[in-house]
Write a protein that binds this ligand. Structure first.
Ligand SMILES: [Cu+2]
Length: 65
């Protein structure tokens, strides 16, 4: 699953998003989170809406590509 995240501005943001994603059921691995283009690559089969909600609650916005 590829997630497009907007609002990340530094590595602290990346860490916050990573932490949020780890807590979503079904996320097996977070392959990468890129600050430059705001892309996260997740392995597993989490619920799309749960992923978006988790990121939103961390303070960012997201769409699943
Ligand atoms: Cu930041």
């Amino acid at each position: 699953m590829i997630v497009k995240i907007t609002g990340m501005s530094c590595n602290h943001c990346v860490n916050s998003v990573e932490k949020a994603l780890r807590a979503v059921p079904g996320v097996q691995q977070i392959k990468e989170i890129r600050l430059d283009n705001g892309t996260a690559v997740i392995e597993g089969s989490p619920d799309t809406q749960a992923v978006i909600t988790a990121i939103r609650e961390a303070g960012y916005s997201a769409v699943v590509a």
